[in-house]
Design a protein around this ligand. Sequence first.
Ligand code: TYD
Ligand code: MG
Length: 455
Amino acid sequence: MAKGKTTTFYCQGCGYESSKWMGQCPGCRGWNTFVEEPKKVNAKGRVSSGNIHMEQMKPMSISEIDLRDEDKVRTHIEEMDRVLGGGIVPGSLTLVGGDPGIGKSTLLLQVCRHLSDDNRKVLYISGEESLKQIKLRAKRIGEFKDTLQLLCETNLDTITTVIEATKPEIVIIDSIQTMYSEEVAASPGSVSQVRESTGILLKIAKGMGISIFIVGHVTKEGAVAGPRVLEHMVDTVLYFEGDRHASYRILRGVKNRFGSTNEIGVFEMQRVGLVEVKNPSEFMLNGKPEGASGSIVSCSMEGTRPILIEIQALVCQSNFGIPRRQATGTDFNRVNLLMAVLEKRMCLQMSACDAYVNIAGGMKIMEPAVDLGIAMAIVSSYKNRAIDDATVAFGEIGLSGEVRAISMVEQRVQEVKKLGFTTCIIPYSCLDMVKDVKDIKIIGVRSVQEAIDLI
Ligand code: TYD
Ligand code: MG
């Protein structure tokens, strides 16, 4: 590096540091991701990701380690607790990412409310909104206790001092893109600033045993330093996502050092803030048409929870040489593959048809277990014959048209039964798993052909 040089180049995607500009990042292979930023003034404040207590300097055996402190703090928002893996781990650093306006601040303010109701000291630090704005939002959500303290600040050195003085149990930082440390000359939101700020917060969390939630905005193409840079620094990464046009929001665990990552929490944005959706299946099936062709209910697992969804297909004669295909909420290539299977194995003239497949409600389902549902919806629309409304179908479809086994069949069938459906079409090889389930007609099928023959 040239002597006296004050700037360096950072990859916006992964934080890779280089002394010169490069077209492709050697770290993440992204193109045109390097930006020039002022160099850090000194190396002070380097973070050791682990603990900094003196007595922990010596290695320990697993049995020596005391777990008494690990009782997790419950937020009393069930959907949130589930995603966190039971509650907030003391001293953990959690990143909540999501598009602007999706409801991150609202969700965390609600978490604060529940925690302060529990008489826990909570500090909500906002760099985006004024205290008045937060109060306006809080008024919509409900009553707050005085154990919740608010602070509008973006300077992390001041924030560190305040935290050290007030010793809260839980701290919310909204958002990391607005925070800055004086040690770094770059502007807030830049890669080096975001990384440095997270480092400081990490030190506070681990050193003082305070749980910290960090809000991070995600923008397309990572125009501002996206939270991707931070993902490896924090303990837990949660993504809050949802369709702009749908009122429900999904909180998804992407990384969790304390629990499973395939759990989701479902919320609905209402006038009084986010309301938990305890039964997402009912929510997703709301407004399902009766007796319409091209519609069937299928079941997908989200973590340990089965969710029933309506799959809709519209197949019509193509007016052009190349048929149009479109998939909303599911994998486009998978739909094409299923149509090829139907064409070849069932001799349906799919290549002359346009096809549109939609998962109603705006959910995104990538699980192959809904293959059978998609195939049946397509055939139903193609033949213009409605499938019985009380029928649910799920199973993976192989290239030779066979219906293959899937996991957690019993949970799925139980959910189907709970929602009042009377017939369930499942892979033949899974029949054994559900032989104890009563009061519902279960049909095992070996191939798509068999399933179609049933309707
Ligand atoms: P917000 O939490 O500010 O989003 P983020 O912090 O992720 O940017 O939520 C903003 C949206 O939520 C806003 O468009 C209005 C809506 N909202 C409601 O519909 N009801 C409510 O009670 C609240 C507080 C917000
Ligand atoms: Mg916000």
